[in-house]
Ligand binder design. Structure first.
Ligand SMILES: [Cu+2]
Length: 487
């Protein structure tokens, strides 16, 4: 990312209009009002955890009192000081929030990374509440757990419900640089059929054949072989056990902070009600199995049965038997060991739920002023990932949009892998899947499985330079990334 960063800063300096924005707003660190509301301090730290009985040195984002991340209230300013206490540069992205672009935390796009020992202050209003998260956007630090919850309470939160945050992560004892090098060296191990869509430009025929392959041609999943899957830093060998009240109400805030792994949330015997995705309310959806792609969040309400019992809340890796999770312990029931392999391998994530989700507060219906078609492209054998056939470099021009426009992004996945696509600085609404329009969920990250076409709409109401990318860490780093710019 170093070369990208250097170049982008040059590009920005050459842009008079963007410089105007930068000067018009207070840079991070200068409070707009000068008032003395205390800042929350977040420290980027090295820390040790134990995984599969072995010690591991990872990163963490904690307040001085040990609290991971932040819990705050809508309407409060986001006044935060980040102190970099690790021995390399870092920068934290507030995933799902809509700050001024200079405070978005993408090195080389929003600003320079924080050097070791350095400090940067943030100050912006919080427009909405919900379940969000924060993570490093620098290099591959996210793989080393440089991530934390960012919870914003609002009027949806009931005083009589117990809130339980579950942050999921994939973990490897192999250093992330080495994981990435091995991916590039060996490429995908997918059979040739699954690579049909990996041509630089997929023809209509190849798209159709890929769609027709259906379940026969398995999508290429999980190309990193992880050593463990974590829920709040722990595996099922030693899971977090949370006391809950028999008959009580619980709100699960589930954050998929994994670098590369999607899951099925398995509520077991509990009936859940999905009430929000990526922080934004949806028409409640009942169920016991909910998919969660990388970087997405699910808010699920539960009513705990009156019987004393232990209720596992599991996350089963897609296309696999591996699982992680926590245990809800109601009353004084014994807590049995839950195996880290599910009985049956799970399926690949689909858009079946996405198609049924309906935003409680959709965008105002409006015709798009601008449509950008973005083909998700790549060469799995060489582990090159790209958008419209271009692996990002700093010389790639930003996609143009204009302030006040309704913009639609048409994402067409021409590869054999699913890609969770994330737009910075704006919430979007899912408005079409495979040509069928509907008033879907408002969110910030949407999964585009192989061969699928997903359209999202958003209002260009936060001018600046914004990242848009696949949230699979090694796809992002390989170039499945671009920017949008408007003033
Ligand atoms: Cu991807």
């Amino acid at each position: 990312m170093l070369t990208r960063r250097t170049f982008i800063m040059g590009t920005l300096a050459a842009s008079a209009s963007l410089r105007t924005i930068a000067q018009a707003q207070n840079p991070p660190g200068v409070g707009a009002d000068g008032n003395a509301a205390p800042r929350t301090i977040l420290q980027l730290q090295r820390r040790n955890i134990v995984v599969n009985g072995k010690p591991a040195s990872v990163y963490g984002i904690r307040q001085p009192d040990g609290t991971f991340g932040i819990t705050t209230d809508v309407g409060e300013p986001f006044r935060v000081r980040v102190e970099n206490k690790i021995d390399e540069p870092s920068l934290i992205h507030w995933h799902g929030l809509t700050p001024p672009w200079q405070q978005d935390g993408v090195p080389g796009i929003s600003g320079p990374p924080i050097p070791p020992g350095g400090t940067v202050d943030y100050d912006f209003p919080l427009r909405f509440g919900g379940t969000f998260w924060m993570h490093s956007h620098q290099g591959l630090q996210e793989q080393l757990l440089m991530a934390a919850p960012l919870i914003i309470h609002d009027q949806r939160d009931r005083p009589d419900q117990q809130e339980i945050v579950i942050e999921l992560a994939d973990f490897s004892f192999t250093p992330p640089d080495q994981i990435f090098a091995e991916l590039k060296k060996s490429g995908s191990k997918a059979p040739p059929a699954a690579q049909a869509g990996a041509l630089p430009v997929a023809t209509k025929a190849s798209m159709a054949s890929m769609a027709n392959m259906g379940a026969a041609a398995k999508p290429d999943l999980n190309d990193v072989k992880y050593d463990a899957f974590l829920a709040n830093d722990r595996t099922l060998a030693d899971p977090e056990v949370v006391k809950v009240e028999p008959g009580g109400r619980v709100l699960l805030r589930i954050i998929n902070g994994s670098s590369m792994s999607a899951y099925h949330i398995d509520l077991g015997a509990l009936d859940g009600e999905l009430v929000a995705v990526d922080g934004f309310a949806v028409s409640p959806m009942k169920g016991r199995d909910f998919p969660i792609a990388v970087a997405q969040r699910l808010d699920i309400r539960l009513v705990i049965p009156r019987a004393a019992a232990a209720y596992p809340v599991l996350a089963v890796l897609e296309g696999d038997r591996k699982q992680t999770g926590i245990i809800l312990a109601a009353g004084n029931a014994p807590v049995a060991r839950v195996p880290d392999l599910a009985k049956m391998p799970s399926t690949a994530l689909t858009l079946d739920l996405e198609r049924r989700l309906r935003a409680l507060r959709p965008l105002t219906p409006r015709k798009a002023d601008r449509v950008h078609t973005i083909n998700l492209t790549g060469d799995m054998a060489k582990y090159i990932w790209s958008l419209n056939g271009v692996a990002w470099t700093p010389s790639v021009p930003p996609l143009p949009i204009a302030n006040g426009e309704r913009v639609e992004l048409v994402m067409v996945n021409q590869t054999g892998m699913p890609h969770p696509m994330h737009l910075h600085g704006h919430e979007f609404q899912v408005v079409a899947i495979d040509g069928k329009r509907f008033s879907g969920a408002v969110r910030d990250t949407v999964l585009v499985p192989p061969g699928r076409r997903v359209v999202v709409a958003f209002d260009a109401n936060n001018p600046g330079l914004w990242a848009f990318h696949c949230h699979l860490l090694y796809h992002l780093d390989a170039g499945m990334f671009t920017t949008l710019r408007y003033v």
